[in-house]
Design a protein. Sequence first.
Length: 59
Amino acid sequence: MAPPKKDTEALTVRLPREIIAQIDDVRRLEGDIPTRPEMIRRILQDWLEIKGKAVPGED
């Protein structure tokens, strides 16, 4: 596993099992089957882009 990027911060979030199951379902649709944390990052990035709040260069 690669070390975390330098300009990041760990975040712990508790989620209902139903949401975790939905995240897992979405993960399985991705070609590379990302980890749960990576899938959550992708979902958040997509949401930020939709809202026009995405940080440039964050993909």
